[in-house]
Design a protein around this ligand. Sequence first.
Ligand code: GLY
Length: 573
Amino acid sequence: MRKLSIFITALILYSFSCGTAKDAAKRSSSINPYQYVGSKKVVCENGAVVSAHPLASKVGVEILKQGGNAVDAAIATQLALAVVYPNAGNLGGGGFLVARLNDGQLLALDYREMAPASASRDMYLDKDGNPMLNNSQNGHLSSGVPGTVAGLFASYKYAKLPFEKLIQPAIDLAEKGFTISESEARSFNALQKDLKKCNSVMPVFVKDHWKAGDTLVQKELANTLKRIKAKGQSGFYEGETAQLIVEEMKRGNGIITLNDLKNYQAKSRVPLTFDYKGYKVVSMPMPSSGGLLLNQMMKMVEDRNIDQMGFLTAQSIQLMTEVERRAYADRARYMGDADFYKVPVATLTSDAYLKERMKSYEPTKATPSSTIQPGAISGYESEETTHLSVLDKDGNAVAVTTTLNNSYGSRTVVGGAGFFLNDEMDDFSIKPGTPNMYGAVGGEANAIQPGKRMLSSMAPTIVLKDNKPFLVVGTPGGTTIPTSVFQTIIDIIEFNMNTEDAVWKPKFHHQWLPDEIAMEKGIPDEVQNALRKMGYKLSLRGGIGRTEVIKVLTNKKIEAVADNRGDDSAEGY
Ligand code: GLY
């Protein structure tokens, strides 16, 4: 077994309010938050958790060891991520959970943020009708009503352990602190200017200089978590926490009210499922485009012998690009919160429609996006989200993707409550027909309405083989999420690649507009040249996604692989 490890802290550098490392190790079973090691791959028998942070994955596995099921572990891991991974783990954002329980039940829980009651279609346009992107992407007005805490309690119906047990590790991590890694220190340092701009009550993240090994203590966040522990969902949506959110809103012209918070509900959705060559794929329906795009893309390659084209050949990249282009054109036009807009899911996924869609496909030539739908945009949707995959010894499989939208969301921390608020309102089409800052183009289907949920790309997904969990998969990455999940599944099922190659090797992305293939480094020059000859514009970019996969092996062992593009960690026992 190949095992890569990262030492997060070789030296114990913490100095304030924390006791010694020995005390810490005693305090929290086998988890020492001041000195810990992450693992990129485990093969185990009883259960595994893969997430963006070693401490969060370890918390999840501890819960499994204590008799919790995969849902318990997913709840505890999300709560831990809200503390140790503040750029995307959250209490002030939202997310989706897809699960396949061992009794065969399929779940899709929607805890996406919601537009406040006083939100309106043109709220981010100036008097001349021009988009005011700063308001939809930063600060108080960019926040939708948070859904995460409601989602945790909606999930808790399927859990086994007392909620207090699931939240305690997060409280400990917030109260006593944990040491941060080099990339976290870099990320906090880069955030300072925005923090000062978007907050009038300065949060604990404000500091002259962060370095690897510093301890991050979050007392106010610990107190918020304690209120949730004591009062459940209303410990967040009512009482002191709600009051603190509304006071924060008033400090920055935000519009979330006590009523918006009290009225927020997570929703149980019918999972989006489809068959692919004997596998059953279970993913997230609206208000995420993730599952529907995955369905369209997989069905458009199903009968095209992609296995014979090979991984990262010009031929296979060309085919996958063309199906991505066609699916994303549909996203822009037809997808939005189905409680507000009739999304033609049955048509968009029908064999006849997809066949028609591929009529213009030519195996050696780029189809210009202008011939599929007109438009011109630049840039990409935000890519700061986080995914966790969990599988327990009884075969319960859980995939969760959550987000604040941008890294650290609106960059506004609720004064006295210690958590970042999302800037998810920017995932709406703030001016139908015009692209938002990140390049996601939208229309009427995703226009702002009070109480509506903004369209997402998140795609927590479970693939079943012989009606049993085979893969648990997902990733952050904004609009690149569905294409990364698509490629990971195709790599494993069609190209017979091992899990780490499927996760770690380069990915590419086409989203209709801009009409270009975005590529990670590492795709061979001759493949790039062949694609250029076919008429494709290529743009090299940084990492695409941070995919976390659990795979059930033929010997029934559980293999968990964390992405090597970040501090992500796979833990199991
Ligand atoms: N904010 C990223 C997404 O929901 O797709």
